[in-house]
Design a protein around this ligand. Structure first.
Ligand code: MN
Length: 317
């Protein structure tokens, strides 16, 4: 079945120094294989896409991108240049690639302007942010201009994992739990819940946030979030239970999770129009992801929605 994939990464020129910050989370051999594929846009990437029946890949600058750059001017410049670079790659394969904008949220007003340029001039379909920006999360009031621009342009924000701001004690002596195995999941799920509990979706009811990795465990937690929110005054003060915001404002992709249990849970808890196929190329095996969704025990209609219909609608392809 033809597919659209939304969490597909590349590394742009000059971003090697940012990528090296996450290098410690991988074995050298694993990292070397990934690093070979990240800057590639032709034969190898297209071969994998063809083998998976991926018609369109929405490409994004890999983590941590500019999110950890402490020099605001440098971050803004780097985001702009990598967006131009991506636009040039898409122009060489216009039928196969789309783009998510890289945005330097160190300056939210400038980031909003860059998002507008990317969507209106370069034809990008949204933005992808790699976690907190130098310790600030997207529920912070300073990001209002950026959220307003997302609403005005009617494009989604992909909230992708990034580095933890600090190393919590609970991971001490267990380095193997940090990174993609577990700590990034905690970080990203918490970031998404900050948006829910911080009133971002109350303020911007049309907002669409995409979470990878089958929703970073959140689909599994909806009932408990609602139940326990009622035990705090801040939770009771929310206009809707947390699950309502998650169902309405958050959509998830299958990136990096190729198991029927989490897929069925996400479809059941979030709804059939809230789950989209992705592979997390080149960090994950795209062929495994494609086979998984082809063989998953869901109806043809559900598979079509997951593979391409929901992405087509959300990204207006
Ligand atoms: Mn990813």
């Amino acid at each position: 079945m033809r597919k659209i994939a939304l969490e597909e990464h590349f590394n742009g020129p000059g971003f090697e120094k940012y990528l090296s910050a996450v290098a410690g989370e991988f074995d050298p051999a694993v990292l070397a294989a990934v690093e070979k594929l990240l800057p590639e846009f032709d034969e190898k990437r297209l071969q994998v896409m063809d083998a998976c029946d991926i018609e369109i890949a929405v490409l994004s600058q890999t983590a941590p991108g500019v999110q950890q750059e402490t020099d605001t001017g440098r971050a803004t410049k780097a985001a702009c240049s990598v967006n131009d670079f991506l636009a040039a790659q898409i122009a060489r394969h216009p039928k196969r690639y789309r783009g998510f904008a890289c945005v330097a949220l160190q300056d939210p007003v400038q980031a909003a302007r860059e998002l507008e340029r990317c969507v209106k001039d370069l034809g990008f379909v949204g933005a992808l942010v790699n976690g907190h920006t130098c310790g600030t999360y997207l529920d912070h009031p300073s990001f209002q201009p950026f959220w307003e621009k997302l609403m005005e342009l009617q494009v989604p924000l992909y909230l992708h994992p990034g580095l933890l701001y600090d190393e919590p004690h609970m991971f001490s002596g267990r380095r193997e739990l940090s990174g993609a195995t577990w700590s990034w999941t905690c970080e990203t799920a918490t970031h998404a819940l900050r948006l829910v509990f911080g009133g971002v979706f109350e303020k911007f009811p049309q907002a669409k946030v995409i979470l990878g990795h089958m929703g970073e465990t959140l689909p599994f937690e909806l009932w408990r979030l609602d139940s326990r929110a009622q035990t705090t005054s801040a939770g009771r003060a929310m206009k809707q239970p947390p699950s309502e915001y998650i169902r309405k404002n958050i959509v998830v992709t299958t990136s990096g999770v190729c198991a029927n249990g989490p897929l069925l849970c996400s479809l059941l808890e979030l709804g059939e129009d809230s789950v989209m196929f992705s592979t997390d190329f080149p960090y994950e095996d795209a062929l495994v992801a494609a086979r998984f969704i082809e063989e998953a025990p869901i109806s043809r209609e559900q598979r079509e929605k997951v593979c391409f219909r929901t992405a087509e609608r959300l990204l207006r392809l």
